[in-house]
Design a protein around this ligand. Structure first.
Ligand SMILES: Cc1cc2nc3c(=O)[nH]c(=O)nc-3n(C[C@H](O)[C@H](O)[C@H](O)COP(=O)(O)O)c2cc1C
Length: 326
């Protein structure tokens, strides 16, 4: 049976997962530069876009900023249909080609507010949110969920969301109670694929071409979504996309090209967040780049402590090249 078509045109069936505090606009731009089917914004609390003080509202809205060349899906979290609809309208006005609703976040501060994965225990409300958003915008609406809260209710939940107007479903192959433990169950995502008529995206523990192929084969999904594997390796989506279309995969950058990439990403973070916040946020990304490159632990520790961006840029070449020599 042919797979249902994704509701927006993608150059490859490989999507970047939303990850709060990680897949921000600077990282999305780096990932998009290598190539990806689509990227998803970090989750944005709809309530913040509507009710917070103006500067915070603007900052929330900016978190959904699109990147050149690749569709940027905006993900919203919340449980008030009016706020979700209004936030979705704003995201559409800002150019989002699709709105995703978060039914999967396991974090207590989100589920405690009865959003994220908690909505899998309240399918009526989750369906009302989809309906409200689908009526408010003309772009497609999707829902990202887990396999269930502590059970495997995803097929039923997905059916409800599709009946309410969702045109794509993404499933992280773990329950909420598993958080990030164990292995993602790609075969269990297959039960969702069989339950709905819209495309399903499989997510969880996909790190390379082999795991992407296995996840697609076991689930029958139309596309894969990749999260943590991108940390320090923003080219991985492009490599997976190339492997799935049997074209030559881009090489992981090394030497001067790796240095240029890390420098540009670092400077983009400082400019996006401002120096103080940018420095703090950039640390984890630098750490991941060095870890992926096998960087020297001593220089890595120095980079993590350094609070002068000029010094960070000065240490980087040695820190990265030590990794290459290893
Ligand atoms: C630090 C972190 C933040 C995350 N933030 C979000 C989020 O904002 N919205 C969401 O739907 N999922 C979020 N996730 C879940 C990921 O999108 C993804 O479902 C999960 O990491 C499994 O995929 P992976 O194994 O490819 O990382 C987050 C995950 C991590 C590790």
């Amino acid at each position: 049976m042919p797979l249902p078509r994704l509701p927006i045109d993608l150059v490859s069936p490989v999507l970047l997962a939303p990850m709060s505090g990680i897949t921000d606009a600077p990282l999305r731009a780096v990932v998009a530069g290598f190539g990806a089917g689509a990227v998803v914004s970090e989750m944005i609390a709809a309530g913040e876009m509507i009710t917070a003080r103006p500067s915070r509202r603007a900052a929330s809205r900016a978190r959904g900023q699109g990147v050149a060349g690749v569709p940027t899906i905006v993900q919203l979290a919340g449980r008030d249909p009016r706020w979700m609809a209004e936030a979705a309208r704003m995201a559409e006005d800002d150019g989002a080609p699709m709105i995703d609703l978060n039914n999967g976040c396991p974090a207590k501060k989100v589920t405690g507010g009865l959003s994220g994965a908690a909505l899998m225990r309240e399918p009526d409300l989750a369906a009302r949110l989809v309906e409200a958003v689908a009526q408010a915008v003309s772009v497609p609406v999707s829902v990202k969920m887990r396999l269930g809260w502590d059970d495997l209710c995803a097929p039923d939940h997905a059916r409800r969301m599709v009946d309410a107007g969702a045109r794509m479903i993404t499933v992280h192959g773990r329950t909420r109670m598993q958080f990030y433990t164990g292995q993602a169950d790609w075969a269990a995502v297959g039960a969702v694929v069989r339950a709905v008529s819209v495309p399903v995206v499989v997510n969880g523990d996909i790190t390379d071409a082999a795991s992407a192929r296995a996840a697609l084969a076991l689930s029958g999904a139309a596309a894969v979504m990749v999260g943590r594997a991108v940390q320090g390796r923003p080219w991985v989506l492009a490599q997976i996309g190339a492997a799935l279309s049997d074209t030559a995969a881009p090489q992981a950058p090394r030497g001067d090209s790796l240095l240029a990439l890390v420098r540009a990403h670092y400077e983009a973070m400082l400019s996006f967040y401002g120096r103080e916040l940018g420095l703090r946020i950039a640390r984890k990304h630098l750490g991941w780049y060095l870890e992926a490159a096998g960087g020297c632990p001593v220089l890595r520790a120095r980079l993590m402590r350094e609070s002068d961006p000029g010094q960070v840029l000065a240490i980087l070449p040695e820190a990265l090249s030590m990794g290459e020599a290893a």
